[in-house]
Design a protein around this ligand. Structure first.
Ligand code: SF4
Ligand code: SF4
Ligand code: FES
Length: 539
């Protein structure tokens, strides 16, 4: 294990560690463009040059391995001069159209120019024009080859990570440019990642372009709800300038590094699947069916209606007459309270969460899982699946059709996808009470007698358990829209009206109880889960 000195600080590292990595361990950030820890080393930008004593020339730190006794300087005058020269070189043919560039504010040309450049331009000649200016090269990505610094990160991503080979560097000298193979589109299932790794404004996100300047964005850590992988993400939202992006608050999703789950990457489905958060389909008020129509009302009216109807059905027909369909889109905390109220306190036998799907979802051997829910494992661990002798979703709907079930409480799921709209309409007309508790109105919700508006994953705290049994935290980024509330809060209110007093003030308090009551969650807490997640005790 070599021991070296970087800027006067000594460190011992594993054999094979590069200088840039060793410096990072010491908290020294060496500027870089082409180096990316998830890709092979290209060593072409020269931005990471450092001075190594006894070495005649400056060396690139992304490629040079640490050696015993090495003495490295990352901020010597020689290094600083080299960085300035590299920046001047990279910017020679760059259009410097920062005011109209979507990358402005998070562009590494801008950042490094301010930190290491600050020279006066000496370039008087005409700049070389490239072929692509603001050109879509796929459903999600725009290419502006004049802004490209030829670091080749995007090319390496498509050849090493997705192995789809859409991009290439062509031509020589100052005519070199990034291009897409003729007849190809950058449309692989992970294409948005090239925007994240492009250090400049050459590859921009068509979905996000010109929606908001990045300095108005705030960030919150979260977990993608798009499938059971549970990729770690950041939600980027704008509440400072409400007039931007037509009033949408959540404006983009970015991957968050987790070596155990998704490394640096996320899929396009997850990245661009956030629109439902501020969509027109959001249910912002409680609704009650009057005659044939749903009428806006308030929480007191709907909760009284649900509590009194459930109570009278229970008294007249017993616990066998009510079915509950929970959802693997909900957090462990939401699901735990559903279990507490319906299974433990009301003693309802017919509780399930598995709605059949028509077709198995797409899955690959990288990140994407066929199960498009973030918390199926959590729902299973919490015992919300149909048990022996109880009705599953399919049987519940049959029982509702024959009049055996009098009430059905559905959490967000759209039953029409599998069972068809006619059947759900028919069932709704036979039931005494169909409750729909969800964030967005779907065809099932349209037939409900009562609608309870709930918060999306971006509007509440909680945890999801991914397919491997890793429990991960989600945090509230934005306030619940309109009158909507986190599902666990709605359950607490309903429980109180039904005679049960639940003492929880926060999702954290619910999780503390889960960790003591459910063996698989023993030993876990929000602190233990942290920002990278923690495995169930049984895994
Ligand atoms: S488009 Fe971006 S990521 Fe690709 S080579 Fe150019 S600067 Fe690098
Ligand atoms: S792989 Fe799954 S969890 Fe990851 S970003 Fe895609 S949809 Fe989301
Ligand atoms: S980061 Fe080392 S040469 Fe580009």
């Amino acid at each position: 294990m070599p021991t070296l000195t970087i800027d006067g600080k000594e460190i011992t590292v594993e054999k094979g560690t590069t200088i840039i990595q060793a410096a990072e361990k010491l908290g020294i950030e060496i500027p870089r463009y082409c180096y990316h820890p998830g890709l092979s080393i290209a060593g072409n930008c020269r931005m990471c040059l450092v001075e190594i004593e006894k070495s005649p020339k400056l060396q690139i730190s992304c490629y040079t391995q640490a050696a015993d006794g090495m003495v490295v300087h990352t901020t010597s005058e020689k290094v600083k001069a080299a960085r300035r020269a590299i920046l001047e070189f990279l910017l020679i043919n760059h259009p410097v159209d920062c005011p109209v560039c979507d990358q402005a504010g998070e562009c590494w040309l801008q950042i490094y120019y301010m930190e290491h450049g600050l020279y006066n331009s000496r370039f008087m000649e005409n700049k070389v024009r490239k072929h692509f200016k603001a050109t879509p090269i796929g459903p999600w990505v725009n290419l502006d080859s004049e802004r490209c610094i030829l670091c080749s990160r995007c090319v390496r991503f498509t050849s090493e990570i997705t192995k789809t080979y859409e991009l290439a560097l062509v031509n020589r000298g100052d005519h070199s440019e990034i291009t897409i193979f003729p007849g190809k589109e950058l449309n692989n299932k992970y294409s948005g990642n090239v925007v994240d790794i492009c250090p400049v404004g050459a590859l921009t996100d068509r979905d996000f372009r010109f929606q908001c300047r990045v300095w108005y964005l705030d960030k919150q850590e979260s977990i993608c709800p798009g499938c059971s992988r549970g990729c770690n993400i950041e939600i980027h939202y704008n509440v400072q300038r409400a007039h931007h992006a037509g009033g949408r608050r959540v404006l983009r999703i970015k991957p968050r590094f987790n070596p155990e789950v998704n490394k640096w990457w996320i899929c396009d489905e997850g990245r661009y699947g956030y629109k439902f958060i501020d969509d027109k389909s959001r249910i912002q008020m409680p609704y009650l069916q009057e005659g044939e129509v749903l009428v806006e009302t308030d929480w007191k009216v709907v909760l009284d209606k649900v509590a009194s109807t459930l109570r009278s059905i229970l008294t007249t027909y017993g616990t066998e007459s009510i079915g509950v369909i929970a959802s693997p889109q909900l957090t462990n905390e939401d699901l735990y309270l559903i279990r507490k109220l319906f299974v433990e306190d009301l003693r309802l036998p017919h509780v399930d969460f598995k709605v059949p799907v028509k077709e198995k979802g797409y899955e690959d051997d990288f990140l994407i899982k066929a199960d498009k829910n973030p918390n199926t494992r959590g729902a299973e661990e919490l015992g919300l699946g149909a048990r022996e002798g109880s009705l599953n979703v399919e049987n519940m709907l049959e029982a509702a059709g024959t009049g055996r079930l009098k009430a059905l409480y559905v959490f967000g799921q759209d039953l029409t996808n599998f069972f068809g709209e006619e059947k759900i309409k028919e069932i709704a007309s036979r039931l005494e009470l169909l409750v729909f508790q969800g964030s967005n109105l779907n065809p099932t919700g349209q037939y409900a007698h009562v609608i309870l508006p709930s918060a999306t994953y971006a509007e509440k705290d909680g945890t999801f358990t991914n397919f491997e049994g890793r429990v991960q935290r989600i945090y509230k980024a934005v306030e619940p829209l309109g009158e909507s509330l986190p599902d666990w809060e709605i359950i607490i209110k309903l429980a109180r009206l039904m005679g049960f007093s639940y003492p929880y003030q926060s999702a954290r308090e619910i999780f503390e109880e889960i960790a003591t009551v459910i063996p698989a969650f023993n030993g876990l807490s929000y602190k233990v889960i942290g920002s990278q997640g923690a495995k169930l005790a049984t895994v």
